[in-house]
Design a binder for this molecule. Structure first.
Ligand code: XMP
Length: 596
């Protein structure tokens, strides 16, 4: 019988990632809801996922079996780590010593799940609560500066808890830690990743039946890979593609997509120019979720119009939705909604429920989509392009009615000042807000802008630590920025809307920066963001956010050479509508890659 690791889903953003990592390590894994889980003889180990809840809220999940009597080894991650400790009589503190993103742990005992790692190692955190008192008979095996109980184990080496996330790619020895856990569960592995490509093609063929397929090409890698799967499944005569130019595409992007596809020999496609429609509906919209919902609705309306040219009953829509699009939209039973991705609005959900949409790559992460794309024969230069979100520049232009609902709090300003009193860095909380993900929940808060007080040498580590300090100490801050040119001027918030002009301007800045950084292979994606902050001459503030990542579930900011960055800032400031260019120095978590 095939061995299995059961993953109990408490609504963590990374539950699915745990499942994939375990499969990649050679054991089949399956995700269960806590109330549905029952032991089966082939289950050789259990993992409790993270989640947005706090065990102190009194609504800790009911688990039908007793943890101490677990017949198989058990690993708790983040919320799971807290839940196990709580159920066994330990204590959890809420809201103190929060940690988001990169943290270092010191291992007190480096055997068990920490075997063959390092005494001090880089891990990824995302939590507000933490364990403060161990259950009887349990031993602490790792600590951080903030949190003394960062990992524990039972005396018989069968039950473990880790406050950090071993499943994310930014945890230095994450894969080794999971591998060690599997070694504790079993001495042999029997899961082989089959020929995944053929499996997916077969699934599309079955889902399509005798219907034709209409694919909505965004221009990105995901929809291109989904399209290739469709072509392989039903042949080119039955696959039609449309590309909607929303007006929020990057410089010449729509034209490039069409050209690429023609070069690759696809001709069954239509370009729909919907710029005016999008701009008129979004003119006075300032809330990120509202923007996303409108963009998603228009997308469905336009697709519907395109479908009406076909015989409606005989066509299915295909979307290149990938896993992070569904999980961040709150699709998993208990995970919190971070943002509604454009392919997860109500109208799409309805079509999905009616069986009118198929999503061939919805279980894959970006790295897996790319690997599949290469398998399908798509040229690497197309497959390895930076991801670009469906709603495009619309979510990179922060609009404002100049009346922030949450003005910057004076007490928070004072606290920031005090925190950096004796520092080379000074900080200012900006009167705009962006989306973040902290402890598996959504945040919508202010960025803090750092700059050096004098001409001291710049240091990314110093900036990284400052960002972390500000975000964990201030309630109204979820992101940090760096102004390499200093903070010489105050920038005022002004009314700012989505318009042809604002799109053209961000396109220019984005194009220049993308051309200048395209040789840096470590940069996985680099959103350029336009803020509704202006100098006295009416010039505007921009932000660049280069990140490293593998699967978009976690990300770190890229540490650019300072001289090169200074050059970029000078070049961008030559544009007469640019006041300054700031650099985003936040990891994900606590901030998301995009600002909205
Ligand atoms: P965040 O900002 O959530 O983004 O860290 C994770 C990845 O997803 C992309 N993204 C989207 N892609 N539709 C998409 O197709 C969307 O609505 C959307 N929102 C974010 C983002 O660019 C990043 O690569």
């Amino acid at each position: 019988m095939q061995k299995e690791i059961a993953i109990i889903d408490f609504g963590g953003q990374y539950t699915h990632l745990i499942a994939r990592r375990i499969r990649n390590l050679g054991i089949f894994s399956e995700i269960y809801q806590p109330e549905d889980f029952e032991f089966k003889p082939n289950i050789i180990g259990i993992i409790f996922s993270g989640g947005p809840q706090t065990v102190n809220a009194g609504d800790a999940y009911k688990i039908k079996w007793s943890i101490e009597d677990s017949p198989v080894p058990l690993l708790g991650i983040c919320y799971g780590h807290q839940l196990i400790a709580h159920k066994l009589g330990g204590k959890i503190a809420s809201g103190r010593n929060k940690e988001y993103g990169y943290t270092e742990i010191d291992c007190i005992n480096d055997s068990g799940i920490l075997a063959d790692t390092a005494l001090r190692q880089r891990v990824w955190m995302s939590h507000g609560d933490h364990v403060v008192e161990m259950p009887d008979g349990y031993e602490i095996v790792a600590s951080t500066d903030q949190v003394p109980i960062a990992a524990y184990r039972s005396a018989d080496n069968k039950i473990f808890g880790v406050q950090f996330h071993p499943e994310v790619s930014h945890t230095e020895f994450g894969s080794k830690i999971l591998d060690n856990f599997l070694n504790i569960c079993t001495d042999s592995r029997d899961w082989k990743v089959d020929n995944f490509k053929n499996e997916l093609i077969e699934t599309v063929r079955k889902q399509a039946g005798d219907k034709d397929l209409l694919i909505l090409l965004s221009g990105g890698v995901d929809s291109l890979v989904a399209m290739e799967l469709c072509l392989a499944a039903v042949g080119s005569d039955r696959v039609f593609a449309i590309h909607i130019d929303t007006g929020f595409m990057r410089y010449q992007e729509s034209a490039n997509i069409i050209n690429h596809l023609h070069e690759l020999g696809y001709n069954n496609m239509e370009l729909i120019d919907a710029e005016d429609k999008y701009l008129s509906e979004l003119k006075d919209v300032y809330d990120p979720e509202e923007k996303r919902l409108i963009i998603g609705r228009l997308f469905v309306e336009i697709a519907d119009e395109a479908i009406s040219k076909f015989k409606k009953d005989n066509i299915l829509l295909v979307q290149g939705t990938i896993y992070p699009d569904t999980i961040e939209s709150g699709d998993s039973a208990k995970s919190a909604k971070i943002k509604t991705h454009h392919n997860r609005v109500a109208e799409i959900e309805k079509l999905l429920a009616e069986g009118k949409i198929i999503e061939p790559i919805r279980d894959l992460y970006k790295d897996e989509v790319r690997a599949l794309g290469i398998e399908l024969g798509i040229p690497p230069e197309l497959v390895n392009r930076h991801p670009f979100p469906g709603p495009g520049l619309a979510i990179r232009i922060l609009t404002s009615d100049a009346k922030p609902q949450i003005p910057v709090d004076n007490a928070e300003k004072a606290k920031l000042k005090e925190l950096f009193n004796n520092s080379l860095l000074q900080g200012e909380i900006l009167p705009v807000r962006s989306v973040g993900v902290m402890g598996d929940g959504r945040t919508y808060n202010h960025p803090v802008l750092f700059s050096y007080r004098s001409n001291s040498t710049h240091n990314w580590q110093e900036l990284r630590i400052a960002a972390r300090k500000a975000i964990s100490s201030l309630n109204s801050v979820n992101r940090a920025l760096f102004a390499i040119s200093g903070q010489n001027e105050k920038y005022g918030l002004k009314k700012h809307s989505l318009s042809k002009n604002s799109c053209d301007q961000i396109r220019q800045v984005d194009h220049l920066l993308m051309q200048r950084v395209k040789h840096i292979k470590e940069i996985w994606q680099m959103p350029v963001v336009q803020l509704p902050l202006f100098d006295k001459e009416g010039r505007q503030i921009y932000v660049m956010r280069p990140v490293t990542s593998i699967d978009a579930m976690t990300a770190d900011f890229y540490e650019m050479d300072f001289e090169f960055l200074q050059e970029l800032v000078w070049e961008v400031k030559k544009m007469d509508f640019v006041a300054d260019l700031f650099y985003d120095i936040t990891s994900k978590p606590p901030a998301t890659i995009e600002w909205e």
